[in-house]
Write a protein of this length. Structure first.
Length: 121
């Protein structure tokens, strides 16, 4: 028969939990990770809404526009050509679409389209 002997290991006392310590490099990385989304958000807000604030268009100003009734056979292209023959029709169509919140180029007969003041006669 064989004898197995077990050695008793010394019992080590549990270490107290240490507080997380950030190094200088860790603080810089954490600051950069937090600052990048903030900078992107500020940049996006400045680019998308900054032009209206810079041009002086506030909530107190009223937009002036005329309306055009869509007749059978009318398209945005033909309306843009009639109201602003010297302007680029793509820009005029874009302005009309933004002003009237048009999703596509589909028009309904009898629909009233607001025409921006810069193209009104």
């Amino acid at each position: 028969m064989s004898t197995i002997t077990f050695s008793t290991a010394a019992v080590l006392p549990a270490r107290p939990a240490t507080r997380l310590r950030l190094t200088a490099r860790g603080r810089r990385v954490l600051l950069a990770v937090a600052a990048v989304p903030l900078a992107i958000g500020i940049g996006f807000a400045a680019l998308s809404g900054g032009s209206a604030a810079a041009s002086g268009q506030g909530a107190g100003t009223t937009a002036s526009f005329e309306t055009v009734t869509v007749m059978p056979g009318d398209t945005l292209w033909s309306i843009a050509g009639e109201i602003a023959p010297s302007a680029d029709p793509r820009e005029v169509i874009g302005e009309i679409s933004r002003l009237n919140m048009l999703e596509g180029g589909t028009l309904q007969i009898g629909e009233e389209l607001a025409i921006p003041a810069q193209y009104s006669n």
